[in-house]
Design a protein around this ligand. Structure first.
Ligand SMILES: *Cc1c(COP(=O)(O)O)cnc(C)c1O
Length: 233
């Protein structure tokens, strides 16, 4: 199937999941995860109506932003970011979904202040508790959010997670439920906000929508399989 047909199919699955959950499909963004895929694939997705693209690696995001300057797309950084690469994201991204340390927040904030830019951010939460996953532990998020208040160039919009990768639906659902619960508690404490809940990927987005996701990050489903990730640091 073509990318545009894949996008249409994904949109109808999102709409069906929303209908089943009694939600308005306008509440759920389809974020096209274009990592590893070429600029031509992004142009095709843009023509099919996607205007925000998720990239994991900062150099790749930068290179694509340069190549696609003028294509009227926004860049969303979704992968773990080392502090020494903060500049690449500060310069090019409209949103960063993987904020997982205060040191990184401060590095981004400094760069953004220098550039005179702002950045929407989501705080990444390790909802599965797996050692290999990034993000703040759920019980550390409230403190982290409080400390982010002094990063003036960051607009904290909500939370992001990767659920456990498992066939056990209850285990996946538990990760998503942790997030909805956390979002509700943050809203209570801050009198609102934290509207974005980025959760759900190609294998689990329908369940994520049932649990309250407002942004599903779809790569494989739209663009096909990626080459295996390189092994090593
Ligand atoms: C790669 C990636 C995705 C997309 O995963 P698919 O299973 O290909 O849909 C979503 N979120 C993050 C953070 C990713 O790194």
């Amino acid at each position: 199937m073509s990318i545009s047909a894949n996008i249409a199919a994904a949109r109808s699955r999102i709409a069906a999941a929303c209908a089943q959950a009694g939600r308005d499909p306008g509440e759920v963004e389809l974020l096209a995860v274009s990592k590893t895929h070429p600029a031509a694939a992004i142009r095709e997705a843009r023509a099919a109506g996607c205007c925000r693209f998720g990239e994991s690696r900062p150099q790749e995001l930068r290179d694509k932003a340069v190549e696609l300057a003028g294509a009227d797309v926004d860049w969303v950084a979704i992968g773990h970011l080392q502090t020494n690469k903060a500049k690449l994201v500060a310069e090019r991204a409209q949103e960063f979904q993987a904020l997982d340390s205060l040191a990184l927040a401060e590095a981004l904030d400094r760069r953004l202040q220098t550039l005179g830019r702002r950045l929407a951010v989501l705080v990444q939460v390790n909802s599965s508790g797996e050692a290999a996953k990034g993000g703040f532990a759920p019980d550390a998020v409230a403190d982290a959010v409080a400390q982010l208040a002094h990063c003036d160039a960051l607009d904290v919009r909500g939370l992001m997670t990767l659920a456990v990768h498992s066939d056990d639906e209850a285990a996946v659902r538990a990760c998503f439920a942790t997030m909805t619960d956390l979002q509700a508690r943050l809203r209570d404490a801050h009198g609102g906000g934290f509207d974005t809940l980025s959760m759900g990927m190609s294998g689990d987005f329908e369940l994520a929508i049932a649990c309250g996701s407002t942004c599903v990050r779809l790569g494989t489903l739209l663009f096909g399989a990626r080459p295996p990730a390189p092994v090593g640091p």
